[in-house]
Write a protein that binds this ligand. Sequence first.
Ligand code: MN
Length: 289
Amino acid sequence: MKFGTYFAYWEREWDADYASYCEKAAGLGFDVLEVAAGGLAQRTDAELFDIKRAAQENGVEITACIGLPPQYNTASADEGVRRAGVEYLKRIMDAMYKVDSHILGGIIYAYWPCDYNQPVDKERAREAAVRSMREAADTAESLDIVLAMETVNRFEQYIINSAEEAVEFVKEIGKENAKVMLDSFHMNIEEDGLGEAIRRTGNSLGHFHIGEGNRKVPGKGHMPWAEMGAALREAGYDGAVVMEPFVKMGGTVGSDIKVWRDLSEGAGVEQMDEDIREALRFVKKQFVE
Ligand code: MN
């Protein structure tokens, strides 16, 4: 297993200086830095080259993640929107290739966050999502990229809420590089048991997000870390385990994630660094030993 963190722990906006976060992540002991895929897609080739070099120099791998915005909803009933979503994923993957990144995770099979003022037609949306993911998977394969379908809680999307649904979904896509992505924060809401859900996913698991139930760094809450670790080892998981803590209010990140109180206990940057360094020690102990 490789261990990583999402850059947005320290940021209030989704776009940031990813090259400098390569150095920061490496300095804290991480093997992987996860960035916002949409941020990569906006960058020039020269900027992407700088990120790639920073990753290489610091010995970190880059993974990318996105919840697609509504205009790129790959599960849309509007064929024009659906197509635009697939094309956007191709632009993202092109940028990922340029920074040598091989995992694209998140809500790439629909859009995020779901607008529940619109009527829900799960069967229709799921069918469009499968079609879009088959198309995207072909481009991904040519660029050596795995598409990881993030299984999220019911308040954020409805197409895949459980590991069971996710396994079924990727089976239907039927592509080697279409995998399941789990996230302990969402699993805590939807699954009967976290270890059981990981075992059920087995070798379909392609990417894993971790955090406590309130999105604090691992080790500060009640998540069953030892149980998750045992299940990951049993499943033979050797992919990336990426922390996705959100503890600060403010900015687009704070409002998108709905952080309405300071979950960091007033921590400054140095304390936040120390908290996540400690969380990495904790998770490695639970997952590897
Ligand atoms: Mn996540």
